[in-house]
Design a protein around this ligand. Structure first.
Ligand SMILES: Cc1ncc(COP(=O)(O)O)c(C=O)c1O
Length: 317
């Protein structure tokens, strides 16, 4: 956490069974019946699942595939009297859009959280997977009372270990510990020990170097392939890290229908933007492409096939 500009004490860290459990615990600790949550119009589906059981009201704000959450829109809502139980966002290499907040935006979000006494959940599984540019401080670096940081070893060591952590503001420490205990008493000590052995052998940094190298190559292969094969009426961002590229299609194309055709005709899958929507139509004409698991040559072939399906649909219109 110190590397992310965060100062916290060991007793503010709660080890969780993956970041997903962190989100579940925080939803339970913070959401009261009738409460609401502030999220981006497209958000990580697991966060929506974590809050769903509480049936909260959801306020959505726009989000940009380059600049991230629309902070002006957040401010307008808060100034208008909206009081959510928390704001949820992914500042680094957002899932699904790949966006990354500037340092000024992080500072501004933290200031808003402080000014309106709004708990802000900073979900951060991807920041260590940065390929370009300087690492930026976590939002939590700018506020230690209202920002709650959720970390994970899933994307940087192994998802199957199921180990993550929350950096909890002092005032929330007890509530979070009680919910954690109620959920599973403690995260498997065996897997924590495995991870501890890995971390104390100084293996993490060289491992991260390899990951960044390999994911950068795959990201570049995907961006090259999109440039080469996709029609000029489509747009996409250039993520500086993480695992995803967000592609926007003409509004007449529904990505969920395109998915069915892409799987049937070409054996290629992606996640349609609508799967991440927190409002009715958000992301309907967008796709999240993941470059995580395929070799560069496979990525090129997959994008070529996807472009073929898309061009067919555009011709039929
Ligand atoms: C933004 C975000 N948060 C949390 C998670 C869940 O992480 P974990 O495997 O640590 O539970 C994911 C996994 O895809 C994610 O993308």
């Amino acid at each position: 956490m110190a590397e992310r500009g965060v100062s916290c004490s060991a007793d503010q860290i709660v080890i969780t069974t993956g970041a997903q459990q962190g989100l579940d615990i925080l939803a339970r600790a913070l959401l009261e019946p009738g409460g609401g949550v502030l999220m981006e119009e497209v958000s990580y589906t697991g966060a929506a699942q974590a809050i769903a059981a509480h049936r909260p009201r959801v306020w959505s704000v726009p989000t940009c595939a380059r600049a991230g959450i629309d902070i002006d829109a957040v401010e307008v809502l808060l100034e208008g009297g909206v009081r959510p139980a928390f704001l949820y966002t992914v500042p680094d290499f957002h899932n699904p859009t790949g966006s990354c907040l500037t340092e000024a935006s992080r500072r501004r979000l933290a200031d808003l959280a402080g000014r309106f006494e709004l708990p802000l959940i900073e979900d951060d599984p991807y920041s260590a997977l940065r390929f370009d540019g300087e690492a930026l401080p976590a939002v939590r670096a700018f506020d230690d009372r209202w920002v709650i940081y959720v970390g994970s070893f899933s994307k940087i060591v192994a998802p199957a270990l199921r180990v993550g952590w929350i950096v909890v503001p002092q005032g929330l420490r007890e509530a979070v510990s009680i919910v954690k205990e109620a959920s599973d008493l403690e995260t498997s000590a065996l897997t924590q020990r495995v991870l501890e052995r890995f971390l104390s052998s100084n293996a993490l940094e060289p491992h991260l170097e390899r990951l960044r190298h390999s994911y950068r190559e795959r990201r570049d292969a995907m961006l090259d392939a999109l440039e080469r094969h996709f029609p000029s009426c489509t747009r996409w961002n250039r993520p500086l890290g993480g695992l995803f590229v967000w592609v926007e299609l003409p509004p007449s194309i529904r990505a969920d229908r395109l998915l069915a055709e892409a799987v049937d005709e070409e054996g290629v899958a992606f996640i349609p933007g609508s799967a991440f929507a927190t409002t009715r139509d958000a992301g309907a004409s967008a796709m999240r492409l993941s470059f995580a698991t395929c070799e560069p040559a496979e990525i090129d072939e997959a994008v070529r096939r996807l472009a073929r399906v898309l061009k067919g649909r555009l011709r039929d219109e």
